[in-house]
Design a protein around this ligand. Structure first.
Ligand code: NDP
Length: 451
């Protein structure tokens, strides 16, 4: 083993991951990306190899899978599958969102839970990593059907979570409405009003700035990256994908800082508004997506701009690109197009939106590339602040939460620079986030013994 090259060791490690976790390509992809950053670091720090930390981190502490049966509006019984992947609790109670989307399967939730461990560590708040969800599709369902599903989902999940055990939040398909139904059912089952979920409504345990936190946080991270090269957000053209929670508040903060956002997308296609999405148009998007639950094509109909069905926005010239929809939505060819068109900064609002080929293009071009586990950590950071407020039975002002969020994003950027700076001064944020996130977890795991 000692004489093997680093690459051979990495391949051996990955072969074992693939053997133990067959048919889970997203999980393999997420582990490989981290392992590629970590292997050189582990060579220089043999204690982590001796303790087999990476091997342990890549094995979930616990996986829960369960049936979710519920009755639709026609009186028919529907059956979905529910999951919770409790990945690592070295730093605190498990923490991570719930995703309701038909594409959800165990491999996708394992990749998300794995990423979450490093992300939560980067925030420096006391949170372990987890992820969960279901293949339930909220699209086209009535509020009553969504409630019936959420109640049935919680009827099983409640026994595995708790404010000191595991604190879920939202993700794709799980917003304020779903968190409300899930929280209501947990409260009914346990006769307990507690901080068991984050992303709660303001007035019943929610934190100000939580809905905004992921999008705002990503833009704060972009500001930090740009500032390191003497640049700012002001006056830049930005391309954003998605039209959900993360995308909406990304656009809001960019607007406030003087950038011009020209795209949004959903699974149907993207809109290209050359005049820029202003505050009034953004309010329409919020209503369209959060209340009417319609399609982004309706934006193009209303404002008379371009709509590209079935396409992604990466061909639109920009200086800043913020993928904020879903995993693997930006591939190698898209990355080449972005770089060719003069993009200088890509920051991931979504989890793992860039394929490995795309990341390689950004790294080779040496543009600023903020990986999701650093750039979108603002959401879970404010979830951590919501937990703190719940524990103290008080709520902080908007300015106070926003200030703390900015500080956390600033510190995450500093951690990335600390662990990702190369000999020539260039900062590789992928290495920085992976190593910086790893070190805290690894130290805690060693201190807590072989678990
Ligand atoms: P939402 O459900 O609010 O919005 C998701 C958006 O992405 C929608 O526009 C949706 O379009 C689009 N989308 C989802 N799946 C696909 C797909 N397979 N193909 C194309 N488009 C798709 O989710 P969020 O905004 O909360 O999450 C977006 C991303 O950000 C996810 O990767 C999530 O993991 C990540 N994230 C979210 C955090 C949060 O606090 N919410 C925190 C950190 C990361 P459509 O409506 O047509 O499906």
């Amino acid at each position: 083993m000692k004489n093997l090259s680093l690459e051979a060791k990495l391949n051996q490690f990955m072969d074992e991951i693939v053997r133990k976790n067959p048919h889970e390509p997203e999980f393999h992809q997420a582990v490989r990306e981290v392992a590629e950053s970590l292997f050189p670091y582990l060579e220089a720090h043999p204690i982590y190899q001796a303790e087999r930390i990476l091997e342990r981190i890549a094995e979930p502490e616990r996986v829960i899978m369960f049936r979710v049966a519920w009755v639709d509006d026609r009186g028919q019984i529907q059956i979905n599958r529910g999951y919770r992947v409790q990945m690592n609790s070295a730093l605190g109670p498990y923490k991570g969102g719930l995703r309701f989307h038909p594409s959800v399967n165990l491999g996708i939730l394992k990749f998300l839970a794995f990423e979450q461990v490093f992300k939560n560590s980067l925030t420096t708040l006391p949170m372990g990593g987890a992820k969960g969800g279901s293949d339930f599709d909220p699209k086209g369902k009535s509020d009553r059907e969504v409630m019936a599903f959420c109640q049935s989902f919680m009827n099983e999940l409640y026994r595995h979570i708790g404010p000191m055990t595991d604190v879920p939040a939202g993700d794709i398909g799980v917003g304020g409405r779903e968190i409300g139904y899930l929280f209501g059912q947990y409260k009914r089952l346990l006769a307990e009003f507690s901080g068991v979920l984050t992303g709660k409504g303001y007035g019943w345990g929610g934190s100000l700035i939580r809905p905004e936190a992921t999008g705002y946080g990503n833009v704060y991270f972009v500001q930090e990256m740009l500032a390191s090269r003497g640049e700012s957000v002001q006056g830049k053209i930005a391309v954003v994908s998605g039209a959900g929670n993360v995308a909406q508040y990304t656009v809001e903060k960019l607007l406030e800082l003087g950038a011009k956002c020209v795209t949004l997308s959903d699974s149907g296609g993207f809109i290209y508004d050359k005049d820029g999405i202003d505050q009034e148009k953004l309010e329409f998007v919020k209503w369209l997506k959060n209340e009417k639950r319609g399609r982004i094509s309706e934006y193009a109909e209303k404002y008379g701009c371009e709509y590209h069905q079935g396409k992604k926005p990466w061909g639109v010239p920009c200086q800043i690109a913020l993928p904020s929809a879903t995993q693997n939505e930006l591939d190698e060819q898209d990355a080449k197009t972005l770089v060719k068109n003069g993009c200088i900064c890509v920051s991931e609002g979504a989890n793992m939106p860039s394929t490995p080929g795309a990341i390689e293009v950004f790294r080779q071009a040496r543009i600023l590339f903020g990986p999701g586990k650093a750039a979108n950590a603002g959401g879970v950071a404010v979830s951590g602040l919501e937990m703190a407020q719940n524990a103290m039975h008080l709520s902080w002002k908007r300015e106070e939460v926003d200030y703390r969020l900015q500080q956390i994003m600033h510190n995450i950027h500093a951690t990335c620079c600390q662990y990702g700076r190369k000999d020539d001064g260039h900062v590789d944020y992928v290495d920085g986030a992976n190593i910086g996130g790893f070190v805290r977890v690894a130290r805690a795991m060693i201190a807590q013994g072989a678990l």
